[in-house]
Design a protein. Structure first.
Length: 192
């Protein structure tokens, strides 16, 4: 019996060291060497200042910026998640209706105008940093008007930031909102 207890304790200590210390340390070192930007959080810097992460959505509310998907967790990383409202939830319908109204009002559209779904529904994480190309193009006229720039120029900027599906097959085309807005500020600074 004592031999069994001793083996159990040794196995626990051994596997704690292997799986709790050695393996995570090895993976961290490999990640820091092979995937340095990603391992550091895909941080985005502008003029020596940290402005965000390309992996986490940030709230942009000004008319002169592209807006990300709505967030069930108000773009905070700690409570980030979906709302868990089901398709028959009155609260979900209220959120969608409010998002639709705000979006249509901001773009001067009639109450029955279609809008891209990803500008109305929150993502599963609540902090999805990307929108569809259709959602970005939907916002071009508003952004161009707010910045006093021709629509065609803002459209071309959006087209430059469309990323294809991963390796050409996984996922869908997408636009990173933070990177697009930073390019927008660089190429077409807001007036006043």
């Amino acid at each position: 019996m004592l031999k069994l207890i001793r083996q159990s304790v040794l196995q626990t200590v051994l596997w704690t060291i292997v799986t709790g210390i050695a393996y995570p340390l090895a993976i961290t070192v490999i990640a820091r060497v092979a995937f340095r930007p990603q391992a550091a959080g895909s941080l985005v810097w502008r003029d020596g200042k940290l402005v965000g992460s390309a992996l986490i959505a940030q709230q942009f509310t000004g008319k002169g910026y592209f807006w990300p998907r709505p967030s069930a967790g108000t773009y905070a990383t700690v409570p980030s998640a979906a709302s868990n409202y089901g398709p028959t939830s009155a609260a979900l319908q209220t959120n969608v209706d409010n998002n639709l109204k705000a979006l249509r009002d901001a773009h001067g559209l009639p109450a029955d105008a279609p809008v891209p779904a990803d500008l109305v529904y929150a993502s599963a994480s609540g902090v999805d940093p990307e929108i569809s190309p259709a959602a970005a193009r939907f916002q071009v006229a508003r952004v161009a008007a707010a910045r006093g720039v021709p629509v065609a120029q803002v459209s071309q900027l959006v087209d430059r930031f469309v990323q294809p599906p991963q390796w050409g097959v996984f996922g869908q085309a997408r636009v990173n909102v933070l990177r697009l807005n930073l390019a927008l500020d660089r190429e077409f600074p807001a007036k006043g």
